[in-house]
Ligand binder design. Structure first.
Ligand code: UDP
Length: 331
């Protein structure tokens, strides 16, 4: 009988990493889930511990990685991924996107494994081209508050491509646009968990700036489908995966109020420095090459996400109650 394909997932206890673990365990792969738990949460993957094709390694990917035996795939998803996290741990953010990817690429080369890396729409910075297609090079401030993330991810793409061209490694690069769903961290400062948390605690919703900045939100199940298709394609150039349905942050806050039935006010706070004014993926390439497009409507995805957050205990909700949003205004 053929041996099971083995996959290493870094950042496995995070929001996206944990959904990847679910998908690969379900599809019968042998999964090594790696996380140093700085921003990841073991609760996100503890339901997988009884599975015989799942193991968890508490390890920091910036340190040497040893995997005995064969390894078929690596998915590098370790990284702080919200603006508030980059502010708290800027050096780790840079290290995981440089030292961390270097270790993963070295491991992939040693094992002859195919590697897929999580890149991001942040590599386009505050984009001048709209919607963003993969040929756009971006508008990033390297020394701004988001620079530690944006430049780490840009470096990650560059070194991955270099391993592909120089060593002939099989590489895949997914540029992930704003994604939402169950297991987002309530206190990561992102718009969706911030708004839902505020609605559940009976607080006013904090919109930054005048709320005219736009984002395009993709439900996590759609993203997982896109990643799986990309991994198994033979396409080595970067590819956008996101939902082109664009909405202003003010309208998004109103949608959350409608969804939760909360009757709080929306209050306005200063816009963080270098907060992108607009963001929408051009997914022509994903459609043509992967036959992929998102299927889940925002109204349905938000309902599922709200169900998840509303089941959280009161303690967890309280944890974020004294969150000081003023700390988040990066100047
Ligand atoms: N945002 C907001 N209120 C919050 C948190 C975020 O208005 O409590 C805004 C934020 O300034 C940005 C948008 O919502 O313009 C999306 O923020 P998020 O952190 O979710 O994603 P990113 O900016 O990284 O795309």
């Amino acid at each position: 009988m053929d041996r099971r394909k083995k996959v290493l997932i870094t950042g496995a206890a995070g929001f996206l990493g944990s959904h990847l673990c679910d998908m690969f365990v379900k599809k019968g792969y042998e999964v090594i889930a790696m996380d140093n738990l700085i921003t990841g949460r073991i609760e996100n993957i503890q339901h997988l511990f009884p599975m015989e094709n799942f193991e968890f390694w508490h390890h920091d990917v910036t340190k040497f990685i040893h995997v005995p035996g064969e390894l078929d795939y690596i998915l590098h998803f370790a990284s702080p991924a919200s603006p508030i996290d980059y502010l708290k741990i800027p050096i780790q953010t840079l290290k995981v996107g440089s030292l961390g990817i270097h270790n993963c690429l070295g491991l992939a080369k040693a094992k002859n494994a195919r590697i897929l890396i999580a890149s991001t729409s942040e590599i386009y910075g505050d984009p001048i081209v709209h919607p963003q297609n993969e040929d756009y090079w971006g508008n990033v401030n390297p020394v701004g508050p988001r620079g530690v993330y944006d430049e780490a991810k840009r470096f990650q793409e560059a070194i991955t491509m270099a391993y592909h061209t120089f060593h002939g490694l099989e590489t895949r690069i997914v540029r992930i646009f704003n994604t939402y769903g169950p297991r987002m961290r309530l206190n990561d400062g992102r718009a969706l968990p911030a708004f839902i948390g505020q609605a559940l605690r009976g607080e006013d919703l904090t919109v930054f700036g005048d709320g005219s900045q736009t984002r395009s939100f993709c439900f996590v199940d759609d993203l997982m489908d896109g990643i799986y298709r990309l991994l198994h394609s033979d396409y080595e150039q970067p590819i956008n995966i996101g939902n082109p349905s664009e909405i202003s942050i003010l309208d998004f806050a109103k949608e959350i109020l409608d969804l939760t039935g909360a009757n709080q006010k929306i209050v306005f706070k200063d816009l963080p420095l270098n907060d992108p004014k607009q963001r929408q993926p051009d997914i022509t390439r994903a459609k043509e090459i992967l036959g992929w497009e998102p299927r889940v409507k925002r109204s349905d995805g938000l309902k599922l996400t709200y169900e998840y957050f509303s089941k959280l205990g009161i303690e967890e909700l309280k944890e974020t109650a004294h969150y000081n949003f003023d700390n988040y205004i990066l100047r």
